[in-house]
Design a protein around this ligand. Sequence first.
Ligand SMILES: [Fe+2]
Ligand SMILES: [Fe+2]
Length: 244
Amino acid sequence: MAATKSIYRVSIARSCCARPASLSSSIRPLYQSRFQTTVSPDIVNKLDETTARMSSANTGPVSDLIKHDHAELKEFYENVLRASDEDAKVRWQNQFTWELARHSIGEELVVYPAMENYMGEEGKRLADKDRAEHNEVKELLYKFQGLYPSDTDFEPTLKSLWNTLSQHIEEEETEDLPKLEDALRDYDPDYSAHLAKSFGRTKKFVPTRSHPAAPDKPPFETVVGLMTAPLDRLGDIFRRFPKD
Ligand SMILES: [Fe+2]
Ligand SMILES: [Fe+2]
């Protein structure tokens, strides 16, 4: 147990031999071979502290948590580019990939349904747009997570991903979230904080590492497994977390 607390293993699927020539051909090999790497305890501890702080800050609106994630993603993205050696690049690549996967799933499970439920037709339109943008990002993420820093398309893929993602983030922060907060305030002044708690629970999707509040076994071994799981199955697991 001590080992699982100090280091968590991130199992990233990679194709060792056949490098993806296109997205459609890259996804299948990702399921077939894997290698494992580790994320440093320092990063894990820092994340735990941040997550605990954000989860316990139950009075804030859900927008604050989402913006916090966005800022972290930008930091992780820059760290991938800035890292001076291959090992560090892989560690930040893993960190960025997991964080983006968990953030996306949290929005799809908690935030977009709230937009649909409380913002009427406009909420449905914005949620559809956001889901479509997520799909674009996920496709690039599938490709990116299978690349090595030494691959010629490593940085171009990451930059292309970030270009799409940063536009999406901008739209969420300037349009979607302010409108959602207005609608939630009209419905119930405390409801955004309630959604923040729900969204914060998605941060407990830390595969292959035990968490006192998480199911006994990690629900998914790889980012691909996590991101391609049916949303209703994710929702079932999600509901198993305590209502803190
Ligand atoms: Fe999003
Ligand atoms: Fe977002």
